[in-house]
Design a protein around this ligand. Sequence first.
Ligand SMILES: Cc1ncc(COP(=O)(O)O)c(C=O)c1O
Length: 377
Amino acid sequence: MIKLTSPKFDQDEVDFVSKCLESGWVTQGPMVQEFEKRIAQRQQVAHALATTSCTAALHLGALSLGLKPGDEVIVPAFTWITSAHAVEYVGAKAVFADVDPITFNLDPVAFEAAITPNTRAVVVVHLFGLAAPMDEIMAIAKKYSLLVIEDAACAIGTRYDGKPVGGIGDVGCFSFHPRKVITTGEGGALTTNRDELPPVVNAYRCHGFSGYPTNDSGQTHPYTMGSFDYLGFNLRLSDIQAAVGLAQLNKLDGLLAERCAAANSYSSLLAEIEEVAIPTVPAKCGHTYQSYVIRIQKGGVARRNLIMDEFQRQGIQTRPGTHAVHRLGYYAKKYGIDEAEFPNACDCEDTTITLPIFPGITIEDQMQVVACLKSSI
Ligand SMILES: Cc1ncc(COP(=O)(O)O)c(C=O)c1O
């Protein structure tokens, strides 16, 4: 069996978790603080706030930026569903725009065409670890005064024109799910350079807590109950998870290097198969290969599925790239979307295959994957 992905843990994670458990402080404690500090340093941003998932970070981003009913937010039509759900959680409307079929990322022309007088923001996704075309996207956002939420779920370590993604727009959102480059089991982070956002994000992530009331002399008592000025949630990462995250962050450069090496091996092994399109990396766009996604250029979904059946038979786990979200029941029904409105997203969903990639995958495994592909094409 060659698995699609596999996290890499060793004694470091065990040691960090032991230290956390022995301290008796398992949430909202020093490990979370240290994890946030390290993420902010690594991503070159002023603030990082750890969350229960990237979906939670996206939700907190939408809340703290004040998105609300009546607002429209542009979302790429090919992405994980929660890039759009986060917009709908706050009562705003997710409006889809098609993607570039070669890079899988938001097409700036489609983005601009989807803007209406009600558009307030865009969710830009750095899909599979490839940076989106941020110069074009930021220029359009500036022209129409739009807020920019970067969905960098797949893209810790990715750079655009030398700058880490997630710190270019108003907020960045990262995932530490096990399919991502580093993992805390479940987990995420919101990053921002806007100094006024962290207190609001913090309040929403912590039941709506907004500080301690003071008496006339400006003092609080140790037993003072907090104030709650927001309808908040509990979206906090625990210190146990942050402990795993700290060990993982120490490995990040090595993990990224291993992924890139494995991706390069695939790209050379696949170069001669004409019908397979390998990942394309445009100028300025970094790629960290959270997923290595190929396209089968002829034969549509039927042929792609036959190839995936063969992978399955040979014990090789694969998946389609991701969803054409506008086709999924919630959005298709709510907005009566005709799937043909976003042909590139449909084509991406129908013709892509994510190949196994993870630190520790061997060249023999990769050759087996490519041999299976060759035999079934
Ligand atoms: C582009 C994108 N956004 C958001 C998410 C959600 O991340 P999480 O599972 O941490 O909520 C994912 C997860 O796969 C993703 O790929």
